[in-house]
Design a protein around this ligand. Structure first.
Ligand code: NDP
Ligand code: 8X3
Length: 273
């Protein structure tokens, strides 16, 4: 028996397996920026095949190119608005059967728009936050969860916030949407117990992304001020936390994880120098 030759055949088969059959599939909403983009990089580097979604197609195409070049990652792009039920359904229905075997769903797409009291808030801002953060998460989960149930496996990570743990003035509606993410996630966790599907939430404090630019509608100076005199979390910090959560042994589920910058003690208590 020619053992070196056999070894080489086995090692080739293993690598074929790794790329053809064994890679786990992660679907990340809001992959075009911030936490979603950083998570796409880290999961690609760790051998995941990725379904990347967002509204900005150019960014999705650039991201795919970067991940293919850096990590030889296999990506599938779906450009849609999570607020639009029909778009969500059409996009996800278009997946080939092998891509519907989603192992990890990261419901990350979300935003805060405006900072105002309830008696003065812009109705359109409210609609955008509620439709994206709550209904968008529900629309995507409604499509993907049955695929996981069928396979009796899967892991759903919902991105919440410190705003899902406490409310602060002028952020009532954003806080309401993130409290809803916490409540919905907890119910999903219990509903999916019989299927062995894990559900977990991550609630970050301040993370340096495009979040504040979006909240302040393109006012970059105001957005920069949010992180003045303190070191916020980086999107990579959250990506690493997600990777940790989804690589625990089969019997371990991290249900709910609050992660804050060292300089932030609550939604409103930030130590600045
Ligand atoms: P970014 O603004 O950098 O990224 C937001 C992502 O969400 C983008 O990829 C954007 O893609 C996507 N998105 C927004 N609206 C829609 C939509 N209608 N349809 C599809 N995709 C959408 O912010 P973050 O990375 O910070 O935000 C990610 C998540 O983290 C959000 O849920 C946010 O609430 C949460 N979070 C953020 C914190 C922070 O301080 N940054 C702290 C705690 C939680 P596109 O525009 O291409 O559609
Ligand atoms: C984002 C963090 O403090 O602006 O979810 O609500 S905060």
């Amino acid at each position: 028996m020619d053992y070196p030759k056999l070894n080489s055949i086995f090692s080739n088969l293993a690598s074929l397996n790794r790329y053809t059959y064994m890679s786990k599939i992660a679907l990340i909403t809001g992959a075009t920026s911030g936490i979603g983009a950083a998570t796409s990089h880290l999961l690609a580097a760790n051998g995941f095949d990725l379904i990347l979604t967002g509204r900005r197609n150019k960014r999705l195409v650039e991201l795919e190119h970067e991940l293919a070049t850096k990590y030889k990652a296999k990506c599938l792009l779906l450009c849609f608005d999570v607020r639009k039920l029909e778009q969500v359904q059409t996009a996800l229905d278009s997946l080939a059967e092998n891509w519907k075997a989603v192992d990890v769903l990261i419901n990350n797409a979300g935003l805060a728009v405006g900072l105002d009291t309830v008696d003065n808030g812009e109705i359109d801002d409210w609609e955008r936050m509620i439709d994206t953060n709550v209904k968008g998460l529900l629309y995507v989960s409604r499509k993907v969860t049955p695929w996981m149930k069928e396979r009796k496996t899967g892991h759903i990570i919902n991105i919440s916030s410190i705003a899902g743990k406490e409310s602060y003035p002028m952020g009532g509606v954003y806080c309401g949407t993130k409290h809803a993410v916490q409540a919905i996630s907890h119910a999903m966790r219990i509903e999916l117990l019989p299927y062995g599907i894990k559900v977990g939430t991550i609630a970050p404090g301040m993370v340096d992304t495009e979040f504040s630019n979006v909240r302040f509608k393109g006012d970059d100076e105001r957005a920069k001020g949010v992180y003045k005199g303190m070191t916020p979390l980086s999107p990579k910090d959250i990506a690493e936390t997600i990777l940790f959560m989804i690589t625990r042994p089969a019997h371990v589920n991290i249900d709910d994880l609050l992660i804050m910058p060292t300089a932030q003690g609550s939604a409103r208590d930030v130590f600045r120098t």
